[in-house]
Ligand binder design. Structure first.
Ligand SMILES: Nc1ncnc2c1ncn2[C@@H]1O[C@H](COP(=O)(O)OP(=O)(O)OP(=O)(O)O)[C@@H](O)[C@H]1O
Ligand SMILES: [Mg+2]
Length: 151
């Protein structure tokens, strides 16, 4: 991944474009990587994650986990199976809950973690997490700000 302190800013003009960017992001991610997404309701966090998952060859629907907080998908990377863990922390009360869920097993495991509302787990996110802040500019335009990531 990009080096520490790296900043990348991207503007997309449709949900499809955000998904395409997500798919291209999958090429830059691998086992043990974590991506933390933030942005208002409807910003496009799930949309971007759908793109990342399609980049990993995930089949079937990718939707926000609601009651369980974590969805697991089977993806592939270089012909090998790769587990994708999709978190949605919107309903998370505090960091404690996430620790109780055993988040470290995911965050420090061999899969790829994609975390919506990542700021709610600020203390728990592994070093080297790629942070993506999504901002709605207008109805169809989104600004994606990427920071961090692995060195
Ligand atoms: N450029 C764009 N990129 C992403 N989504 C867009 C864009 N333009 C419009 N949209 C629309 O914005 C919405 C994004 O919804 P999405 O569920 O991905 O948001 P979210 O950030 O996950 O919200 P929540 O916090 O509720 O989970 C979709 O309805 C999508 O079609
Ligand atoms: Mg969402």
């Amino acid at each position: 991944m990009a080096g520490e302190g790296h900043i990348e800013s991207i503007v997309t003009r449709s949900a499809e474009e955000t998904q395409r960017f997500g798919a291209s992001l999958a090429d830059r991610l691998g086992p043990g990587d974590c991506v933390g997404l933030d942005g208002d309701l409807g910003a496009g966090k799930t949309c971007l994650i759908q793109g990342v998952c399609s980049g990993f060859g995930v089949e079937g629907p990718v939707t926000s986990p609601t009651f369980v907080l974590i969805n697991e998908y089977e993806g592939r990377r270089d012909e090998r199976p790769l587990s994708i863990f999709h978190f949605d922390l919107y309903r998370l009360a505090g960091g404690e809950d996430l620790i109780d869920l055993g988040c470290d097993d995911y965050f420090y495991g061999d899969g790829v973690c994609l975390v919506e509302w990542a700021a709610r787990a600020e203390e728990e996110l592994p070093a080297g997490t790629l942070r993506i802040q999504i901002e709605a500019v207008d109805e169809a335009t989104r600004r994606l700000l990427l920071t961090g990531g692995r060195t």
